[in-house]
Design a protein around this ligand. Sequence first.
Ligand SMILES: [Mn+2]
Length: 335
Amino acid sequence: MKARNKGVVGRDWKPEENLPRAIEALRQAGSVLCTMHRGPDGDALGSALALACAMREMGRKVDVYNPDELPYNFRFLPGAAAVLRALPPDSTYDVTIATDAGAFARLGPDVPPVPRRGLLMNLDHHMTTEPFGDVNYVDPHAASVGILAYKIIRGLGHGVSRDAAECIYASILADTGSFRYSSTDPECFRIAAELLEAGVDPWEMTVRVYEQQPLARMRLLADVLKTLEVHGKLATITITNEMMARTGSPIDLTDGFINYARSVDGVEVAASFREPSNGGPWRVSFRSRGRVNVAAIAQKFGGGGHHNAAGCSIAGDEAAVRARIADEIEQALLG
Ligand SMILES: [Mn+2]
């Protein structure tokens, strides 16, 4: 386990060498597929749509593909309505871009095989990402994958349109918690300033992303917060199938709930337990305040993520899963 952590977490991705490779591949591409991890979040979707916008503006043929529901509060983004849930079986591309994916296995089933997908480009900032691309432009220091998309668009010599700027800005909001998390750095403020100059309206973006929540989400939050437990520096919440069914919504409305658990004074690590739907594994998400690297914990269970935000899936009965997680977090807090 240690060797694996060492190999993956310590990898030198050489982003400054791979950015020009990504730019060159897209300069030569006539057709592009943009895709992202299943169950997309604001960064995965925003970065994919930013590149899709820019490549279409540059006259390229572009498809965007994800088989799952798009996150409710990011469906307003330019190009979101044209995201395909399935791809024609004979579709071919010069370049296939995967944003924020972490692993090839997290992409949808319709991603074409070699050679129909062309060059596979892995754009990511997870420290645990797998080098599954033909080009791996990975920068664990980037606040969001939208930052990488921004650098590619600029590198192509293309101005950032208002549409692309909104997608990039949304990706930064999503992954920095609106410029609050430790991923927030001078670079993302500088780029955000340029996005405002390109026409992004910050208040409009705030309203769209944070102040147009489905009522069902608020009701669900009330249910989930009743499950909050605090044991020392660990806080947990639990999301049951019964709670999800009561919302009557097919979409995942739980994004961000775990942050309430972490926000309790004195808590270092929060974990959220999502009950399996039909015999599948428990889905466990982690948030850290900074002392504990939760990506390393998630990795022990085959998952991954960032230092302060990660997740994994674990099979087993509820008590056993909780005990294993509590044990790992306790060890990490002692270390
Ligand atoms: Mn991301």
